[in-house]
Design a protein around this ligand. Structure first.
Ligand SMILES: *[C@@H]1O[C@H](CO)[C@@H](O)[C@H](O)[C@H]1NC(C)=O
Ligand SMILES: *[C@@H]1O[C@H](CO)[C@@H](O)[C@H](O)[C@H]1NC(C)=O
Length: 278
């Protein structure tokens, strides 16, 4: 455990002020299920051909995947959430080890569990620098050109799909962030065409989007001193940063003003979505 925490504190320090990028991740949920024996049906349902994140996106997917009841409940709960979600922004760069550790081992799993009450914004840029060059910008990254490429792929993904976080998680958790990009896109964001993504990465659009990340990062107050740099509801303090690094999950549950979801430990409801041995 101390090894893991060590990774989280392996910040990439710099005196440079960076930028940021943003994006909004909506979504998803429900952990569960295969065969729902509660319905008393002995027939096997059609096999479920949707990822868990899409199970509740339509009646068809909910029925096919045997989670209709859970989806109706979850939709009901969600539509009755009155409090604002806790906004978590991460300022990072694609090849910084501490960023990869935090994103893959803390932020992503927390978001999977608490997506109903938290909104994540990813801003890949971190300690990079930009220089204007005619109509464009030239970017210099702390971990070299490959890092700039990783930042750009992630930035374009964030612009092109609501599923970007899954793909970014896939990239950041693989051996080689850049080499894994294509297969991660194919598996986690199949709706994104690789060619269109590369057009963004190599073109003006990516350049402008990265400039927006730069401006967002430079606007941080206080300015970031290292990455991963976290803001909670737009605020960065040493205390919030430490809490986020140690247990973002606990922090988000405690900061959420509305009714706490079952994942926060508030509910003693009986879990019903098991796959029974028949
Ligand atoms: C859950 O809510 C979403 C968004 O409001 C809706 O599109 C979807 O059909 C609902 N799912 C079910 C199973 O009712
Ligand atoms: C994607 O970027 C374009 C500008 O290049 C912007 O107009 C659009 O709103 C962005 N879309 C999202 C979902 O961020």
């Amino acid at each position: 455990m101390s090894g893991l925490l060590g990774v989280f504190f392996n910040f990439c320090r710099t005196s440079v002020r960076g930028v940021r990028l943003k994006m909004k991740v909506h979504l998803l949920l429900i952990l569960a299920v295969c065969l729902n024996t509660q319905y008393g049906s002995s027939a096997l349902p059609d096999s479920c051909s949707y990822p868990p994140s899409k199970w509740c996106s339509s009646l068809h997917s909910a029925v096919q995947c045997g989670v209709l009841k859970q989806c109706l409940e979850s939709n009901f709960t969600r539509s009755h959430q009155t409090a604002d979600p806790v906004r978590v922004e991460l300022y990072y760069e694609s090849l910084c080890p501490g960023c990869r550790g935090f994103l893959t081992q803390m932020l992503f799993p927390t978001w999977l569990m608490l997506s109903d009450i938290m909104a994540v914004t990813l801003v890949p840029y971190g300690n990079a620098q930009e220089k204007p060059d005619e109509q464009k910008y030239i970017f210099l990254c702390q971990h070299g050109e490959q890092e700039c490429l990783g930042n750009m792929i992630e930035t374009c993904l964030l612009n092109m799909t609501e599923n970007a976080f899954y793909t970014i998680f896939c990239m950041e958790s693989s051996n080689d962030v850049i080499k894994s990009a294509k297969s991660c896109v194919e598996v986690s964001s199949p709706e994104v065409s690789w060619d269109k993504l590369m057009t963004c990465v190599n073109g003006n659009q990516g350049n402008q989007l990265m400039h927006q990340n730069a401006m967002k990062t430079k606007a941080l107050n206080p300015p970031h001193e290292y990455v991963p740099w976290v803001t909670i509801n737009g605020v960065h303090t040493e205390d919030l940063q430490n809490k986020a690094m140690n247990s973002l999950f606990t922090l988000v549950c405690s900061m959420y003003k509305g009714t706490k979801p079952p994942a926060c430990g508030s509910s003693q409801r009986h879990y019903k979505s098991y796959c029974h041995n028949e």
